[in-house]
Design a protein around this ligand. Structure first.
Ligand code: BDR
Ligand code: CA
Length: 310
């Protein structure tokens, strides 16, 4: 199996991404690292523990990371995820531990300990932990197999400002460090995730999987929908973060282009924008695989198949 570290700010969609990874033999989750994002760090860490216990995996190692972005105050998204970050299902208070080690130290130590090119990072929130690790230990950049992240947008522009996607917007300086690191990067932007919509039928598909996880996932996406359907008038909420773990399990579901991506950090209206050179009109060298399309039916079939096994 492919070794991964999931860096996350759960978040209902983060939760589904983690559940999918834990249900998939292709992936070996070395650890789950938490970051401040959708809600403050204490809550994202609590939620990560709840999700691992929901999956029946209290053995997963969870490491708490950075509690604020590199250069600005934390922006959160309770308006989307609810005040707990994981509103919807009622999940029991977790008893599994949080590891003593800081997430950034865990990321650095793991990348140094494992053979080079064997550990993939899966950021599902602001890039603060990953950037801090790269800053503190530049030698890890060339040891990373891949960074497969949810963030940014091109044609779909922004969801937190007119031009910026939430994960990048919360910590643009961190995103810039990651995109300039030279590590191989694959981006799952809003362009993709807004095609992965939880329609009422797909929601029912989760609810009727026959296990506790299916019901909990349906309750999560039910809550999540309130915001997105009202806002975008779409037929369901975009299931952002599971696109990352699904990509690692079955990349054939996705297609994109290898392009240059720069992070806007100074624009008055565009701070946090992913400036992706989709049409190759600049002479800047490509640095990221920017995914543009997904087989949504295939994605939801994969989710149902795997989540049913938990
Ligand atoms: C991203 O922002 C968060 O609210 C979601 O969990 C996802 O990672 C979508 O813009
Ligand atoms: Ca997230």
């Amino acid at each position: 199996p492919r070794k991964i570290i999931i860096d996350t700010d759960p978040g209902q969609d983060d939760a589904v991404a983690i559940l999918l990874a834990l249900a998939s033999p292709e992936l070996q989750v070395l650890g789950v690292t938490t970051v401040a994002g959708n809600v403050p760090l204490a809550l994202t860490t609590l939620n990560a523990r709840k999700v691992c216990e929901l999956a029946g995996r209290p053995d997963v190692k969870i490491y708490a990371g950075c509690n604020r972005p590199l250069a600005q105050d934390l922006v959160t998204a309770e308006h989307v995820h609810g005040e707990t970050g994981l509103n919807g299902p009622v999940l029991p208070d977790p008893t599994m531990p949080v590891q003593d080690q800081h997430a950034v130290d865990f990321i650095i130590e793991t990348l140094r300990a494992e053979p080079a090119g064997t550990v993939t990072l899966c950021p599902l929130g602001p890039l603060t932990n990953i950037a801090t690790a790269l800053q503190r230990a530049p030698d890890i950049a060339e040891r990373i197999a891949q960074i497969v992240l949810m963030g940014g947008a091109y044609f779909a522009v922004g969801n937190i400002t007119p031009t910026a996607e939430f994960n990048i917007y919360v910590d643009p300086e961190a995103a810039q460090i990651v995109f300039a690191s030279g590590a191989p990067i694959t981006v799952l932007p809003l362009d993709v995730t807004h095609k992965a919509l939880v329609t009422p039928q797909r929601n029912e598909g989760f609810r009727t999987l026959g296990n506790r996880v299916g019901v909990a996932v349906a309750e999560m996406t039910d809550f999540f929908e309130r915001f997105d359907i009202a806002k975008y008038g779409s037929e369901g909420a975009p299931l952002h973060d599971p696109c990352v773990t699904a990509y690692l399990i079955d990349p054939e579901l996705f297609s994109g282009r290898y392009v240059n991506v720069e992070i806007e950090t100074v624009g008055q209206f565009t701070r946090g924008m992913t400036v992706a050179d989709w049409w190759g009109v600049s002479d800047r060298a490509p640095n990221a695989m920017f995914i543009g399309d997904v087989d949504a039916e295939g994605l939801f079939a994969l989710l149902r198949e795997r989540l049913a096994t938990l």
